[in-house]
Design a protein around this ligand. Sequence first.
Ligand code: ARG
Length: 602
Amino acid sequence: AKAQSLSNMANYIVDLDQENVGSLKQQIAKLFEESLRLTVPDELDVEPAIAPCQNPRFGDYQCNNAMGLWSKVKGKGTQFRGPQSIGQAIMKNLPSSEIIDSCSIAGPGFVNVVLSKQWIAKSIQRMLVNGIETWAPKLPIERAVVDFSSPNIAKEMHVGHLRSTIIGDTLARMLEYSNVNVLRRNHVGDWGTQFGMLIEYLFEMFPNGEVNDQAIGDLEAFYKASKQRFDSDPAFKERAQKAVVSLQGGEERYRTAWARICEISRRGYERVYERLGVELEEKGESFYNPYIPGALELLSQQGLIEESEGARVIFIEGKNIPLIVVKRDGGYNYASTDLAALWYRLNEEKVEWIIYVTDVGQREHFEMVFTAAKRAGWLPAEDNKYPKASHVGFGLVLGEDGKRFRTRSTETVKLVDLLDEAKSRCKTALIERGKAEQWTAEELDETAEAVGYGAVKYADLKNNRTTNYTFNFDQMLSDKGNTAVYLLYAHARICSIIRKSGKDIEELKKVGTLELAHPDERVLGLHLLQFAEIVEEACTNLFPNVLCEYLYNLSEDFTGFYTNCQVVGSSEEISRLLLCEATAVVMRKCFHLLGITPPPPS
Ligand code: ARG
């Protein structure tokens, strides 16, 4: 490999005084974009293919365009002799910049770059002064909908809704950090035929109209009881079916009863969201009712809707069953609502990206809805263009027995019970460590919640969402391995190193200088600088586990640094304290993006 100094090349200084310069990868890509523009004819219109080097011996990042370009220009009268010579040209045309220290060519034209240590250090220090917001990735969109959580009225939230809530919240947080205006939508199942029996049962229980909150406080029991009435009493069933018609017709008494049931349900969800620190705006299925006829009319005008066995349907190529949009009885369904919601979000809310977070079981449904929208011209046919709709599917939560997670009574597990248990286990652990004597009851509760809920979230998010995972309290609450508890400890330890140094870190940020003299410092520094591109990858590909992996590796890199580099009392103390602080800042931002609150320092 031939190394080359870039100091005497065309002068091209990346403007670092800008508020936000994009991720490290974007900055490197920008340099290569310039080089590619000089290297190959315009009509090839190539995007720089930049990736971190697999083997750090070769460098930090790599430009992988040469091979692909060679296959395009080969035999077409090009001056190049092969991918190697294209690589040479790309390297030669690379503008000089303070980012890159040296370049080399490896294999069939890979251009490897070694980043400048001084520049890495400077970028970190700049972040410390200007804040982590200046490291936000830049996304090509301004507004997005994240449709998540979305439980169904009168049915308790269960573990599946926990996954949707946790995954949706973290995606929303990452997009928000990337300066996207996120509409956090709770697409609550608040409409449908089940309301007939619920309302009828409500009338039966409270004939004089005085609905007692307490009595229907347990909505799930209420739902079951009404279902039982529905199944066992034909007269009740008939009244329930009429009630659906009255509700849909907008009859006052039925509307009020419906609103009451929704309200009670809502209060239950809100308690859960508050505990989890999740913000959502409810626009339930019923919200889109007025838009269904118009949306279906548009699809109809496009010739997409056909008559089939008395229903109105959309046939989708490659699917055995069509998408039913008007049922045989003339009523609308889940799909008609989703089509109307999609239309509304694109045209009324003018969002460029709509993200739906549900279990993988609904993949087919969303594929059909998206295909219909593409055929209608609501969405572009290409998946890499905006506006775009994406389904974020997730797997099941399993119990220790490998079956769907349930409690002993074989009921599905209630979300609140899980959160209660996570908290109480943490509290017990804290008491065992003597914290009850040192802390107030409030502090104890606060910490147990922060750690307990954080552990539940992290145990979910660290898995590739498409796979099933096993729910295990012992594992997720362990202080060893890839757990929130371990990571929170690691963060707390860094904070205490800084605290115990007795130095004013805010002052050091301004007057101190960060240097990355030791190899382990450089490794840690580079990892810190990769934060933005990791967030970008996690939220553009919709895989939060990428961020968890980053966070875990960051704490490992920190351990490597701390083991080999003395901080307090060394001649590099100031620089190393700054590196500690930068690690803590990035870790806190990771926690924040994952919806985890670090407990107050103790
Ligand atoms: N309420 C549905 C369920 O619990 C999820 C709704 C998802 N969002 C949507 N726009 N379909 O399965």
